[in-house]
Design a protein around this ligand. Structure first.
Ligand SMILES: NC(=O)c1ccc[n+]([C@@H]2O[C@H](COP(=O)([O-])OP(=O)(O)OC[C@H]3O[C@@H](n4cnc5c(N)ncnc54)[C@H](O)[C@@H]3O)[C@@H](O)[C@H]2O)c1
Length: 356
């Protein structure tokens, strides 16, 4: 099967990571073109990995030697740059946040309709090993039917001060980590969203954007997903905690091990009824005292860096989509739903002067 000739536009913190990951995967990809407004960044990447260099998006998109372009420019440009790249005949992997404004949302809906199969969305934290492992445990039925999902990205206590903390640059944690946790939350919710409640705050950042995000989603199946992203949680809590009707699982911010506590799969609840009468003074509250719990701590597999693994998995799935006609796990509908929820959250938090 032929390699995918890929170009990367935006050679910042994440763009460089994409370049290095793709360049290592020589069997499937050839990194043919690099683009950044900053010529020094282009020259440095070319010296390291080769490829043709551009400091202008239009010239980069006119390069006939690239089939796929990865757009890792600033957030507010994403939807518009995706439109330009698709119109130039490229297949596109668009970084998150795929859209920041209501206008972006409208553009993306149009692009998905107009260019079927050519626009992919980089919600790469779908591929976090711990998240995938946890989903597999849930699918095995170990903790029973889920009823509560808690996802928390608690950063080190920090006064983040770059453009991603300014609303006029499309920043704020709703844009920065929101897409990842909303994507994971929606997958675990497993049903259309019936209700959204949210509270956004600016606690520490010297920017004007949100650095504490709290969102509750309720699914049509009654599941509750609680999402919290914070730069101001000095005692970080678990990254993920799932409650089921036969147990629970949890993993920390380092995502290295998953703690499970679940009822022995052979156990069946004995018949019971709630009594209306006054209980004896000696009587406790629960009919079932001795439950057959199984408690385990499992190492997350593969035990590699989650930051590398999400890149490797995204590249693998993208190649499978482009050359083997397999579905990319993050569907357009999944990605657009994240933007739709984000728009609702913005409307619920008018104290922030959102653009668009
Ligand atoms: N998926 C992830 O895990 C992940 C991680 C980090 C960042 N991101 C997203 O990627 C985007 C970039 O983030 P970053 O932290 O790398 O930012 P950054 O500021 O470090 O890098 C952005 C780069 O894009 C270049 N650029 C801007 N406009 C351009 C244009 N029109 N043409 C060519 N180059 C242009 C800049 O010169 C800069 O080098 C953001 O939207 C961010 O949300 C995603």
């Amino acid at each position: 099967m032929t390699k995918v000739n890929v170009g990367v536009c935006g050679l910042g913190r994440i763009g460089v990571k994409h370049c290095r990951c793709l360049a290592q995967d020589r069997e499937h990809y050839a990194l043919t073109a690099l683009c950044d407004l900053d010529g020094a960044r282009v020259a440095a990447m070319q010296a390291e990995l080769g490829g043709r260099g551009y400091d202008d998006l239009d010239a980069f998109l006119a390069d006939p030697g690239t089939e796929l372009v990865i757009l890792a420019t600033r957030s507010l440009d994403h939807a518009r740059h995706a439109g330009q790249a698709l119109a130039a005949g490229k297949t596109v992997l668009l970084e998150k946040p795929i859209g920041v404004t209501a206008e972006d949302y409208r553009i993306l809906q149009q692009l998905v309709r107009r260019y079927p199969g050519r626009l992919f969305f980089g919600h790469n934290h779908r591929f976090e090993p711990a998240f995938e492992n946890a989903r597999a445990f849930v699918a095995q039925g170990l903790i029973g039917n889920l009823h509560v999902i808690k996802l928390r990205k608690h950063h080190a206590f920090m006064r983040r001060n770059d453009w991603q903390m300014r609303l006029d640059c499309g920043g704020g944690q709703l844009s920065v980590w929101g897409p990842h946790l909303l994507d994971q939350g929606l997958q675990l919710l497993g049903a259309p969203v019936r209700e959204v409640q949210s509270h956004l705050r600016r606690i520490l950042t010297p920017g004007d954007a949100d650095d504490h995000v709290h969102i509750t989603l309720v699914g049509a199946n009654d599941r509750i997903a609680i999402i919290e992203i914070s730069n101001a949680a000095a005692l970080p809590e678990a990254y993920c905690t799932l409650y089921g009707d036969r147990g629970a699982l949890s993993y920390g911010q380092d995502q290295k091990t998953i703690r499970l506590k679940f009822l022995d799969p052979r156990f069946r609840w004995p018949e019971a009824a709630a009594e209306a009468g006054t209980p004896a003074l000696t009587q406790g509250m629960a009919a079932d005292r001795e439950l057959p719990w199984i408690e385990e701590t499992r190492t997350v597999e593969p035990a590699t860096s989650l930051w590398d693994q999400v890149e490797i998995e995204m590249a693998r799935h993208l190649y499978n989509a482009l050359r083997r006609n397999l579905p990319f796990p993050v569907s357009s509908a999944d990605a657009l739903e994240v933007v739709r929820i984000t728009e609702i959250v913005k409307q619920q938090n008018p104290r922030f002067p959102w653009i668009g």
